[in-house]
Design a binder for this molecule. Structure first.
Ligand code: NAD
Length: 433
C-alpha cells in the first residue's frame, strides 16, 4: 500500500518506519523542517531502541521517505494516517487544533478518494468532526472515509510493540475502508478488531485510564504498606499472580508521568463530563498520583531537613526507562522541586540529558552514572533505567558525604542496602530490623 503519515514524532515515525519494514511504501510528513532535514540526512530525532537501524534500512530501500509537504504526501498515497499532537488545554480538555489544521490541509490537497486514519489519541466523536471538516474544505468534491486506529505502543518499546501488537483496533463508519486497513495490518499477524468509530476512539482513552488506575491503586496500597510494615512488592506479586488481575502496572513508584497518561486521564475526565458523567474514580486516580510525588518529596525533606545548599544526585530524567522523552516526567518535576528549595543538583540519564538541558539549567550533568553520587548528601533514583541496578553501590556509598538514598522506583534490595550501610528509603517497603 502507499501510505502517508502526517506528524513524524514518537508515534508517526515508528508507525511509518514499521509500515515500511513490512513492505508498504511510506512518506512521513512533518511541518518541522529541521526534523525532516535531519531524517533525510540519516539522523534520528528521538531515542527508541531498534528504530535507527530500521529507518536506515528502509530509507535505503526506497520504501521510506521524509517530506515537509502534506500536499505531496496526500497526492502520492491512498491512505493517510494522522499522528499529530493532541495536547491538553488548561482546563484538561484536548487541544484539537493540530487535528483540525491537518484535516484542512488534507482536504486542500485531495483530488481523489482517500482513506484518512486517525492515530492520534482523540476524544470520542472526533472522527465525525475530521470527516465533516475534510468534506467542507475539499474543493474537488471527492469522497473520503475517516477511520479511527488508536495506537497503543509504549515509548521505549515502541518498535517491538508496533511490530507485535496485542491487537489492532479499527473504527469505521462504513465497511468501505476495512479491506485496505486489513491489508495494511495483515503482515503483523495480530488480532484485528473492527468496531464502530466511536468505540475505537473510546477504547484508547479507556485503556490508558485503566493502566493509570492500576498504578494509582498499587501506589495507594504502598501507603498502607508503609503504615503497616508490609512490603508493596510482595503484595503486588501476591495479587498479580491472579490472572484476572495480572502483575503488569503494579509497581509502586513516585507516580506516573509522560506525554500520555496525565493528559489522557484529564481528557477522559473532561470528555465524561461533557457526556454527562462525573468520572469521580479517575479524579481519585489523579489525586493519588499527585499525592505520591508529594509524599516522596516529603520523605526527602523529612530526612535532609533543609535542602538549601545540600548536594543531591538524581539518577534518571526521562519519564521512564528506554526513552529520551522528558515530557511530564516525574523525575523532572522532582528536580524542579529540589532546585526550588535551593538544592545543588548532580543529574544523570542515559538518554535524556540533551533534552533536559533546555529546560533544567544550573545543574551539573554527569555522564557516568557512578560519578553522580560524588560529594552528595543524598542520591535519588527517579527513573527505572535497568542499568541503575548495576550501580557500583560500594563506590557510591564511599564517595557520598552521607550515604542516603531515596529510591522512587524500588530498584534495590532492602537487606543489601542496609548491609552496605545506606540509609535507604523506597516506596511502600522498609527494612524489618
Ligand atoms: P510528537 O509531539 O512526538 O509528534 C508529533 C509530530 O507532529 C511533531 O513532530 C510535530 O512537528 C508534528 N506536527 C504537528 N502539526 C503538524 C502538521 N500540521 N503537519 C505535519 N506535522 C505536524 O507526538 P507523539 O508522542 O508522536 O503523539 C502523537 C499522538 O499520538 C498524540 O495524540 C498522542 O497522544 C498519541 N500517542 C502517543 C503515544 C506515545 O507514546 N508518545 C502512544 C500512543 C498514542
Amino acid at each position: 500500500m502507499k501510505i502517508t503519515i502526517i506528524g513524524t514524532g514518537y508515534v508517526g515515525l515508528v508507525t511509518g518506519t514499521c509500515f515500511a519494514e513490512v513492505g508498504h511504501k511510506v512518506i512521513c510528513v512533518d511541518c518541522d523542517a529541521a526534523k525532516i532535514k535531519l531524517l533525510q540526512e540519516g539522523g534520528v530525532p528521538i531515542y527508541e531502541p531498534g528504530l535507527e537501524e530500521l529507518i536506515q534500512k528502509n530509507a535505503a530501500s526506497g520504501r521510506l521517505a521524509f517530506r515537509t509537504s502534506t500536499r505531496e504526501g496526500v497526492e502520492q498515497s491512498d491512505v493517510i494516517f494522522i499522528a499529530v499532537p493532541t495536547p491538553p488545554l488548561p482546563d484538561g480538555s484536548v487541544d484539537l487544533s493540530f487535528m483540525e489544521g491537518v484535516a484542512r490541509d488534507i482536504a486542500d490537497a485531495m483530488t481523489s478518494y482517500k482513506i484518512v486514519v486517525d492515530k492520534s489519541t482523540v476524544p470520542v466523536k472526533t472522527g465525525e468532526k475530521v470527516s465533516e471538516t475534510i468534506r467542507r474544505y475539499c474543493k474537488s468534491r471527492v469522497e473520503v472515509d475517516v477511520v479511527s486506529n488508536p495506537e497503543f505502543l509504549r515509548e521505549g518499546f515502541a518498535v517491538e510493540d508496533f511490530l507485535k501488537p496485542d491487537r489492532v483496533v479499527i473504527g469505521v463508519r462504513s465497511q468501505r475502508p476495512v479491506t485496505a486497513l486489513r491489508e495494511i495490518y495483515a503482515p503483523f499477524n495480530c488480532p484485528i478488531i473492527v468496531t464502530d468509530i466511536h468505540s475505537a476512539e473510546l477504547i484508547k482513552h479507556a485503556a490508558n485510564s485503566f493502566l493509570a488506575l492500576k498504578i494509582s491503586y498499587i501506589n495507594a496500597i504502598s501507603v498502607l504498606c508503609e503504615a503497616s510494615g508490609a512490603n508493596v512488592q510482595e503484595v503486588a506479586n501476591g495479587i498479580g499472580m491472579d490472572h484476572r488481575i495480572g502483575r503488569a502496572f503494579l509497581d509502586a513508584s513516585l507516580g506516573f508521568g509522560g506525554s500520555c497518561f496525565p493528559k489522557d486521564l484529564s481528557a477522559f475526565i473532561k470528555i465524561s463530563e461533557q457526556l454527562g458523567y462525573d468520572f469521580g474514580l479517575l479524579k481519585e486516580v489523579q489525586k493519588i498520583n499527585a499525592q505520591q510525588m508529594d509524599r516522596f518529596f516529603k520523605k526527602i525533606v523529612d530526612t535532609l531537613w533543609v535542602l538549601k545548599e545540600k548536594t543531591v544526585g538524581v539518577l534518571g530524567l526521562a519519564f521512564k526507562q528506554n526513552t529520551d522523552d522528558i515530557r511530564m516526567s516525574p523525575a523532572m518535576e522532582l528536580c524542579h522541586r529540589l532546585r526550588k528549595e535551593g538544592a545543588i543538583l548532580r543529574v544523570h540519564d542515559p538518554q535524556a540529558m540533551e533534552k533536559a538541558k533546555a529546560v533544567l539549567p544550573n545543574v551539573t550533568y554527569v555522564s557516568d552514572m557512578n560519578s553522580v553520587a560524588d560529594g552528595c548528601d543524598a542520591l535519588v533514583v527517579a527513573t527505572e533505567w535497568p542499568q541503575f541496578k548495576k550501580l557500583d553501590l560500594d563506590r557510591v556509598r564511599k564517595v557520598m558525604t552521607h550515604p542516603i538514598m531515596f529510591d522512587g522506583r524500588n530498584m534495590f534490595d532492602l537487606e543489601e542496602m542496609e548491609r552496605l550501610g545506606f540509609i535507604y528509603k523506597s516506596i511502600g517497603r522498609q527494612c524489618q530490623s
